[in-house]
Design a protein around this ligand. Structure first.
Ligand SMILES: Cc1cc2nc3c(=O)[nH]c(=O)nc-3n(C[C@H](O)[C@H](O)[C@H](O)COP(=O)(O)OP(=O)(O)OC[C@H]3O[C@@H](n4cnc5c(N)ncnc54)[C@H](O)[C@@H]3O)c2cc1C
Length: 390
């Protein structure tokens, strides 16, 4: 196994770094943990798109660059390492575009994909409902065909970035009489249509990033349907595999990871660096080992993608391991920092001190979003290990 990047990939990494350093120096962005979820800048996405760093793996005819998934990982790893504001294109680049490329109409491909690259088509994911999360197939939001339109009624919940999105990639029931997996379809719905409304939900760290989304008699044209009517369930499966496959499942709180090491090296307690205390040393070593193992698991996922396969149990396994690391880190940082780690943002202390407490409250979501660890372990057991389903 050769773990080295090719010279071209090393060059790509250097180019992305140079761009990010220049942007930072010019005050172009404020590095943020969870930036792929919370840090929206259409302008920044547009700049990345112009450099060919959105849609890297898509076909060239739709504005993509036809590059490998390893190239994409090299690029996304750098963006996350810097906490760059990438949320405006992240989910669209990661899963909506591959779904549209695989199942969408020619018109959808030509209209939407270039707009994602230009930072003009910001998507949110409309799957979860108040009574349907892990058991997504039980969803109740309806899209009723009437003439050449669909009429949508229902509610979604936990919808990240819905208040900032142009489109929701909606999963809805189109045949209420069919068995629950067989009457579901996917639609692209414009968030500005009459009858669509959002209500903020405040997350456990006190921020507004997800929402409830309501649909009250929303009329969308039949052309909003992605792929085949009532076959949405089979399309969603591969979309979820893409959702679980990225570097963001390890690096959501990378800035905290970087800074807690620095803090432990620079802080002097009882006359020596905090990092020299055996209990702190143990925690730092434990974090470093888990980070490196998680990174290799994700590169394995990229390797599967680069072979033209959609990773399934490989992505599930990586997400379980890597999001557990993110929580381990969120738990370890305040312990390493002691009482300072409990200070809330906005205090007069160094930036890290507020971030550790905030990161701790945000962390429970890592093992829920994109499929809970329990559900993913079932996938690893059944599809990876071949154990019986029941
Ligand atoms: C930060 C964050 C952002 C999110 N963003 C979005 C978004 O943008 N769009 C969107 O659609 N959704 C989003 N979600 C919702 C997320 O996908 C759901 O929370 C998740 O799928 C779990 O569903 P649930 O909350 O209804 O929990 P439930 O499905 O009710 O599960 C409750 C508990 O029971 C366990 N459980 C359930 N079924 C089984 C089973 N068969 N075997 C073993 N254990 C089981 C679960 O693991 C969990 O611990 C987000 C969630 C978070 C935390």
């Amino acid at each position: 196994m050769d773990f080295r990047l090719t010279p071209e990939q090393e060059q790509l990494k250097a180019e992305v770094r140079a761009f990010l350093e220049a942007e930072l120096a010019a005050g172009g962005f404020q590095p943020t943990d969870n930036s792929w979820m919370v840090s929206y800048s259409r302008d920044f996405s547009r700049k990345l798109g112009a450099r060919g760093w959105i849609g890297m793996t898509w076909p060239r005819e739709y504005g993509g660059r036809g590059r490998s998934y390893i190239d994409r990982f090299v690029c996304t790893e750098e963006l996350l390492r810097y906490g760059a504001p990438v949320a405006a294109h992240w989910v669209a680049d990661r899963q909506m575009a591959p779904a549209i490329i695989a199942y969408g109409s020619e018109a959808q491909k030509r209209e939407i994909l270039p707009r994602i690259i230009a930072g003009e088509a910001v998507f949110c994911i409309g799957m979860s409902e108040p009574n349907s999360g892990s058991d997504l197939a039980s969803l109740q939001t309806r899209a009723t065909a009437r003439g050449d339109e669909f009429i949508i009624d229902g509610q979604k919940v936990w919808t990240s970035g819905a208040h900032l999105a142009d489109f929701i990639y909606l999963v809805a029931r189109t045949d209420p009489q069919a068995p629950k997996h067989k009457g579901i379809s996917e639609l692209i719905v414009d968030m500005k249509l009459p009858g669509v409304s959002t209500r903020p939900l405040i997350d456990s760290s006190g921020d507004h990033h997800f929402n409830e989304v309501f649909f009250d008699g929303v009329r969308v044209p039949g052309t909003a349907l992605v792929g085949q009517l009532n076959r949405g369930w089979y399309q969603i499966a591969s979309q979820l595999d893409y959702e679980r496959s990225g570097m963001e499942r390890l690096m959501s709180n990378y800035l905290l990871y970087r800074d807690v090491f620095q803090y432990a090296k620079q802080t002097i307690r009882r006359g020596k660096p905090l990092a020299d205390e055996p209990s702190v040393r143990y925690l730092l070593g434990d974090l470093a080992i888990h980070y490196e193992v998680g990174r290799l698991l994700l590169y394995r996922v990229a390797w599967v993608l680069s072979k033209g396969r959609i990773p399934n149990y490989e992505a599930a396994l990586a997400k379980v391991f890597c999001t557990a690391f993110e929580q381990r880190l969120a738990d370890a940082a305040p312990r390493i920092m002691g009482l300072h780690g409990q200070l809330l943002p906005g205090s007069s202390h160094a930036a890290l001190e507020g971030r550790a407490a905030k990161g701790y409250s945000f962390a429970p979501g890592y093992t829920l979003q994109g499929g809970t660890s329990e559900i993913l372990r079932n996938i690893v057991a059944i599809r990876g290990l071949g154990l019986p389903a029941s």
